[in-house]
Design a protein around this ligand. Sequence first.
Ligand code: PLP
Length: 285
Amino acid sequence: MSIVYLNNNYIPMAEAKISPMDRGFLFGDGIYEVVPSYDGQMVGFTPHIDRMNNGLAAVGIELDWSHQQWKDVCDNLIEKNGSGNLALYLHVSRGADNKRFHAYPEDIEPTVFAFAFEIPPAPVADKSKVVGYKVATHRDLRWERCQIKSTALLGNVMHFQHGYQKGANETLLYNEHNELTEASACNAYIVKNGVVITPSADNQILAGITRYILLDLLRKEGSIPVEERPVTMDEVFDADEVWVTSSSKEVVPVIEVDGKPIGNGEIGDVWLAAQTIYSAGKLNY
Ligand code: PLP
C-alpha cells in the first residue's frame, strides 16, 4: 500500500482525503513538481524546489517551506515506499475555501500533498536498449504562462490525448508562427549538423529541470554545441535528430514525426553522446 504525505501526516493513499472545496479541485489552482529518484538518490532536487517556489510566488500562494522540509518529505516517502525507481510528486494547492469565488482568499492554508510512484529505470545510453518515440504534432493551444508548472493541465492533457489517440508517444506543439514550443509533457530539441537546438526558455514553455541539467552538462563538456533560439517546424522535419526530455524519461530520441522519419529514421549518434553525458553527470544536480 502506498504511503502518501497530506498536510503533515503520512497515511495510506486510500485514507488521504481533501475537501471538494479545495481550490486545487475546483480551479486547478495549484503548483506541482515531479522529482525523479533512483535507489534513493534524487536528480535535480534543488532546481525542482526552486522552480516550485518561483511558481508559488507567481500565483501568490504563500507557503513558507525550506528546501530541508521538502527534502524530509521526499526522503520519508522514499523510505516508506521502497527506494527503487520513483518519482516524487509534490503538490501545493491554494487550499479549501467555504465558497466558490475566483479571487484569492486571504485566510486559508495551502493544501500540501505528496506521493511517490514507480517510474521505469533510468535510460541507458545504448541505442539497442532504447525505443525511439513516434510523435504527432498540434498547434499549441495552451495559455501564455506555460513557464508556471500549474496543476491546471487540461490543455496539456488534451494535447497528449491528440497524439495518444493516433498511437503516438507524445505531441509536439507549435505556435502561430509555426515555431516549435515544446511537447505536451516534455521539452523538445532538434539536432542539425551536430548542433543541439532548443526553443528559448520563455513563457511558451515550461523550463524543464532535465533541460536545464542537460544544457548545462553539454556546455560544460563542450563537444556538442548548444543553441537556444526559435525553431521552425520546417526545421523539425528537416532535422538530423529530434529529442524530447522530462524528469522521468531523461533524453528520448524521436524517430518519426507525423509519420515522417527524422533523419534516416534511426536513433542518432548525438543522442547517444548526450544521454551518455547526462547519465554521467545528472546526480551532481
Ligand atoms: N514541459 C512540460 C509541459 C512538462 O509537463 C514537463 C514535465 O512534466 C516538461 C516540459 C519537462 O520538465 P522536467 O524536465 O522538469 O520534468
